[in-house]
Design a binder for this molecule. Structure first.
Ligand code: AAO
Length: 486
């Protein structure tokens, strides 16, 4: 037990240091096999972005800002329709969708790799469509339980536990894993044929250069089924399972951590409400998976339409949440970048053929006060995010010291490396954060972006007598690090 926790800590440190999974595996020969290789560095979910847009931005925005990976929307053929969520109803595993063709996908992966950005693809493998019959975006004819060349009726669960076969009770493991999620034809992932077919699709995507996968709706597949599919992929392929932590539910993310990382939904649920309440505190992290297993986020494409406390609509608070997440020593962070909407079902702007027209964000320096429906939020291009990625690199594996607060203002140090302070309150505040940083003048990388531009913008913070003193406006965040001095 003790031995295992030591290994967990060692791997967490290795991940925080940005060492490769291979290096940490080599240092910890046997036990480290119990912690699967994961994705490291800062990621960004580019929701409903066409491959051409992402490819361009890898070179213009993501690479230069220091993002290590990008999570795409699902790349496979899907049902037709203008809603964003058509992407989550697969019709075939042909890589031809409203987001682009296979060639465009491959070109994007190549451009991103050249910019030092790995591509993580969203893998929708729990189910197919909910429709009686139709023709998919790339022209494949299907019925709800028959997909040419892939699956027939025997490859699906036909749930009789509820009147309409859909999940009604999340406290029932059997319903969650054998009934239909919102009516979507539920693949029998215990079947050898289904497993092999899914693994074939994922292997094809790996052949196009993707680094790993988000496993959509992983909760709805038995962990052993997901494990068996992942075992058919090259050893060490990073996977991030989407298993929403739900109170009183029998299936929790911990069941899936032996397969890879998981999205830790409890992280945003702890951080977000503090921001809206204007009272920041040190994290309690009750019921969180270990850091090395956690991928954390402020919001994602579901929660910005659901229970996220902070989204793009909250401007400075959204930026503050991202900054605090990037400053943290817990988990692998993924920034979210979608588009503005009034109608939660509305897809992004599309042309007459149904292809998403896309948008590019180079030059978008920060959150806007308001967005028109369909307009890209462009968080990946905000200079403060790039500044915080640099801050995070500077902090490295340094310990997060307990925070201090005064009124609504709160701040903490990553020992001897970097300090952040935030004021979610409604009036200005001055906060002195104890620090072991050398005395001097430091650039605020939130105000001015990475240090190559920092201090040039004139925003500075003084460190003297063992404290960094921040003068913060209402809603302001500021952050300094050892590598950016004035
Ligand atoms: C669409 C239409 C439906 C229609 C269906 C079929 O909207 O009306 O019936 O087509 O025609 C996306 C959209 C869906 C869309 C679907 C298919 O979100 O609206 O349906 O595509 O086109 C559960 C799953 C989780 C899933 C989430 C949406 O466990 O995996 O539902 N997320 C992924 C994707 C998502 C996608 C799919 C899966 C399907 O990210 O975009 O759907 O591929 C509790 C449970 C969760 C459960 C939620 C559902 O969560 O714990 O497991 O998620 O309920 O509402 C608190 C609680 C937490 C609770 C949460 C609810 O935080 O602590 O327990 O509130 O917000």
């Amino acid at each position: 037990m003790l031995r295992r926790s030591v290994v967990v800590a060692a791997v967490a440190v290795a991940l925080a240091l940005g060492l490769s999974a291979c290096a940490s595996a080599a240092a910890q020969p046997k036990e480290s096999a119990s912690i699967p290789a994961g994705i490291t560095g800062v990621g960004v979910e580019m929701f409903q972005r066409p491959w051409t847009s992402i490819g361009t931005e890898c070179g213009s925005t993501l690479g230069p800002a220091g993002f290590s990976w990008v999570l795409t929307s699902p790349p496979q053929e899907h049902i037709t329709g203008t809603q964003w969520w058509t992407s989550y109803q697969p019709v075939s595993y042909t890589v031809d969708s409203k987001l682009g063709t296979e060639q465009q996908f491959a070109d994007m992966v190549k451009a991103c790799r050249a910019a030092g950005v790995k591509v993580i693809a969203d893998a929708v493998i729990n189910h197919m469509t909910a429709q009686g019959a139709g023709t998919g975006f790339a022209g494949t004819a299907f019925t709800k339980y028959a997909y040419p060349g892939l699956y027939g009726p025997k490859d699906f669960h036909h749930c009789t536990l509820t009147p309409d076969g859909s999940i009604q009770d999340y406290t029932s493991r059997a319903q969650v894993q054998t009934c239909e999620l919102v009516g979507l034809a539920d693949l029998d992932t215990a079947s050898a044929h289904v497993r092999t077919t899914i693994a074939g699709y994922l292997t094809h995507l790996l052949g196009l250069g993707v680094a790993g996968f988000r496993i959509d709706a992983a909760k709805h597949m038995a962990a052993e089924d997901v494990a068996a599919i992942v075992a058919m992929l090259p050893k060490g392929t990073p996977v991030i399972s989407e298993v929403i932590r739900g109170a009183e539910e029998p299936i929790q993310p911990e069941e899936y951590t032996r397969i890879g990382q998981v999205f830790e939904f409890a992280y945003a649920r702890e951080l977000g409400p503090q921001l809206t309440a204007g009272v920041l505190m040190d994290p309690a992290r009750a019921d969180h998976v270990p850091s090395a297993s956690a991928v954390v986020f402020v919001d994602n494409h579901d929660t910005e339409r659901g229970d996220a406390a902070v989204t793009y609509r909250d401007g400075p608070l959204d930026l503050m949440a991202d900054a605090l997440m990037l400053a943290d020593d817990y988990g692998t962070p993924v920034v979210y970048s979608g588009y503005a909407f009034s109608d939660p079902d509305a897809g992004p702007p599309q042309d007459a053929s149904g292809h998403v027209t896309g948008w590019e964000c180079a030059g978008a320096t920060g959150p806007k006060a308001s967005y028109a429906d369909g307009e890209g939020v462009c968080a990946e291009a905000w200079k403060s995010i790039a500044g915080m990625i640099e801050w995070r690199d500077a902090a490295g594996a340094a310990e997060r010291r307990p925070g201090v607060s005064k009124g609504a203002a709160y701040g903490f140090e990553r020992t001897g490396r970097a300090v952040i302070a935030a004021n979610p309150g409604s009036s200005p505040a001055t906060l002195a954060v104890p620090t072991t940083l050398p005395a001097g003048t430091y650039c605020d990388v939130i105000a001015d972006g990475p240090s190559m531009d920092g201090c040039a913008g004139g925003a500075t913070v003084r460190v003297s007598d063992g404290a960094a003193t921040f003068d913060l406006d209402a809603g302001q965040t500021a952050a300094i690090h050892l590598g950016a001095t004035g």
